[in-house]
Design a protein around this ligand. Sequence first.
Ligand code: ADP
Length: 538
Amino acid sequence: MNGLMMDYQLTLPSLLRRAEQYSGSKEIVTRLPDKSFYRTTYAESCRRSRALAVALQTLGLQRGDRVATLCWNHHQHHEAYLGIPSGGFVLHTLNLRLHPNDLAYIATHAGDRVVIVDKSLVPLLEQFVDRTPIEHVLVVEDSYEELLSSVDADAWRDPELDENEAAAMCYTSGTTGRPKGVLYSHRSTMLHTLGVAAGNPMGLGVSESDVILPVVPMFHANAWGYPYLATMIGSKLVYPGPHLDPESLLDAFEREGVTWTAGVPTIWLGILGLLDANPGKWDLSKMKGMLVGGSAAPRAMIAGFKQRHGLNVVHGWGMTETSPVASTAQLPGELSEADEETQFDYIAMQGRPLPLVELRNRDAEGKTLPWDGESMGELEIRGPWIAAGYYDTPDQAERWTEDGWFKTGDVVAMHPRGFIMIKDRSKDVIKSGGEWISSVELENALMAHPAIAEAAVIAVPDAKWDERPLAAVVLREGQTATADELRQFLAPSFAKWWLPERFEFVAEIPKTSVGKFRKTELREMFVPADAPSPVATS
Ligand code: ADP
């Protein structure tokens, strides 16, 4: 016997209706290139989203056509997040930090017909647009405005989409092989939004009264869902525009009374350094917390924010393929009275899955491993906002199991309380004498050293042990440390064979387009070209 409930389709136009009805007067603030703050409201933003949907129709676009954006975080990008899918088109966020050749490949593979581009990024667009199927270029401060003002937003009608139709797409950054397109549906986006809206200790812990500033770029992994989450619950949004340096961010936090923010660890390492150097300079008393993810949040950083500045870090894990938020490391209630050090141990892990997301840990032979905090295998995941395939990519067999779980490529152990403990990405793990060494654990430990600003550990080939760890280290300004000192610092926490023989002191660690350590480049710097590739052996 079936239930007798409405077959209500989970589609994004419902978010527009909700925001207009209940949060119309709430603000969406953008920091403009000249650093002034531009203010609009959800009512106006929703009107413009509908106008955009109508405008794209007048350009002759058909349902399912891809519309790219090449933009920083701002209110027009927010309009695109809602307006493009609400017209029945597919939002395709292009990563403005990629090489023009990659952008040409991605826009062509996706079949983009329109691009919305920031004026400041037109020179980048010009380097690849001719090699793509893009027919219409809409410049945000210019032709985009003209087009929007030429149409009547009230002409918009809900296209009554099927919830399984595509809403947005995002390409993985392609650190291994060609970038691959992940294609989100209306349903997966709506369920992900509900998932991250779930209350503590599961979701992102924000509510209507929060003021959210997403540092995480809107051109990567849906800005972790914040545009949709804020629209669903009606929180004030502050978009930082292109101003992502620590000083500008701290200034924006203070001026706009930001209570919640989110981004990758390298951003927060910079902010923590500035706060440490200028105690009391910024009033962050309204800040409730920050979601840190995308790569491992160092425990010393989590402790530093809390102990020196009273700020809470919530650690999250996810991937482009997982919409992206899959887990958060919020403290279970029974640990609320635990001592601070124990609490940091938990927050430094990658957390427990959001509702509706399931995890398992399996070894190379497909054997399910116990959640004992030690057994290392590959994390596999399934759920309604996890990718079931890549867009127009024939050979996908190696990324999904026969029974339909997604293989994350992350090497993990599972804590008995169900917390994920990421040890490495499978291509970064160091295999020494047949055993695994976790680069993430060594990095975390090194970043707790007072003289170290950043540390990345890579595998280098070794005749006897197959691979050995090499630590690339950035010292804080005016600080010194020797390789021996650092080895001694690590020694109490690790088995002897884990300790790196080589320490390289570098001015900076190369970063990917979204601010993660780019280990491939470190390998090129420190591994002779004729050495066997550690990637191939992992
Ligand atoms: P890419 O890093 O290739 O640009 P993604 O942004 O999708 O692509 O990155 C997903 C990967 O980032 C995960 O598979 C995992 O290795 C890493 N990651 C994400 N969050 C965390 C975290 N909190 N701790 C450790 N690693 C993380």
